[in-house]
Ligand binder design. Structure first.
Ligand code: G4P
Length: 290
């Protein structure tokens, strides 16, 4: 469920997450592998500071694998461990645990030298709404965690959930806001279903999606809707008209847009990645926002 973010929410979420961060050894930053930058919180570096971090590129089953590999390389170049995962899969737990242990290996070896015995790693899951925080926590913990209702921030007092003997998770995820001031990011979030459709016009999101697919995955639109490949050269409003006709919806562009978006989100147009690793600017995404 998408939530509306206001300056008050943001300040509260930032403060609460900032307080909880003190109690953890490690942060799992969850992003949507289809939008590894657009689904990040713009102030995460400032919030997390220097805590060791594992970037989990979740929903990797829906993303373009070659792009995911490039994004992993990008995050690794920033010094983070990364994992491309599907929170719904059983083997995700083992892989996440291995990444957590690898991230803290050197620190733990130093602690041991100083006579500090290893205890379970304490971690928290952070991310914007809809990236799969609850799903992955349920997976790791092996049961359904309490519903947070996607309210900003986390509850008072620390409760730890055990993941075997080696990892403990803070019982509620840290919910942060996306960088939605940017129109392009807003459309990307909408196309994947990360923000409510009511926030933007359905046909605007559909047109954005058509433009995206014809640019980066030519042939998919024509194949899915039985059009000629040349039709993909049409201006996108004309392409939407053709798709609508093929769907048998006459001139109901609203319904056609709705159906198209559903199909994109369900992966019916294939795996895709909206943030293109090859096109991102060299500067870090984590620049401060004013
Ligand atoms: P959040 O806590 O970060 O807000 O996200 P949540 O776990 O609620 O997940 C949001 C949606 O994403 C859910 O779908 C969930 O099933 C789906 N999801 C989470 N991780 C993955 C993944 O790795 N791969 C895929 N394909 N989907 C994932 P939903 O439609 O909202 O609910 P439901 O259909 O599961 O009931």
């Amino acid at each position: 469920m998408a939530i509306q973010w206001f300056p008050g929410h943001m300040a509260k979420a930032r403060r609460e997450v900032g307080e909880k961060i003190k109690f953890v050894d490690l942060v799992f930053e969850l992003v949507d592998a289809r939008l590894p930058l657009s689904s990040r919180n713009p102030m995460l570096d400032q919030i997390v500071q220097h805590k060791p971090r594992v970037v989990l590129l979740n929903k990797a089953d829906l993303a373009d694998e070659s792009q995911t590999r490039k994004w992993q390389a990008y995050f690794e170049s920033l010094g983070y461990e990364t994992l491309a995962c599907n929170a719904k899969e059983t083997n995700t737990t083992k892989a996440v645990l291995a990444k957590a242990k690898r991230t803290l290996k050197e620190k733990r070896a130093r602690d041991l030298e100083r006579g500090i015995q290893a205890r379970a790693i304490r971690a928290m899951v952070l991310g914007i709404p809809n990236v799969g925080k609850s799903t992955i926590m349920n997976r790791l913990v092996g049961k359904k965690i309490a519903q947070t209702g996607n309210k900003p921030g986390v509850t008072k007092g620390q409760q730890w959930l055990r993941v075997g003997n080696e990892l403990e998770l803070l019982d509620t995820p840290g919910i942060l806001w996306p960088k939605f001031e940017d129109q392009e990011i807003g459309k990307k979030l909408a196309l994947t279903g990360a923000i409510k459709d009511q926030l933007l016009h359905l046909d605007d999101i559909a047109l954005y999606g058509l433009e995206f697919f014809t640019t980066y995955y030519p042939g998919r639109i024509s194949q899915r809707y039985g059009l000629k490949i040349e039709d993909e050269q049409l201006p996108v409003p004309d392409l939407l008209m053709s798709v609508t006709k093929k769907m048998g919806l006459r001139e109901d562009y609203e319904r056609a847009s709705e159906r198209f978006l559903l199909e994109v989100r369900q992966g019916k147009l294939g795996r895709f990645t909206l943030d293109r690793a090859d096109e991102q600017e060299s500067e870090s995404h984590d620049e401060a926002i004013d």
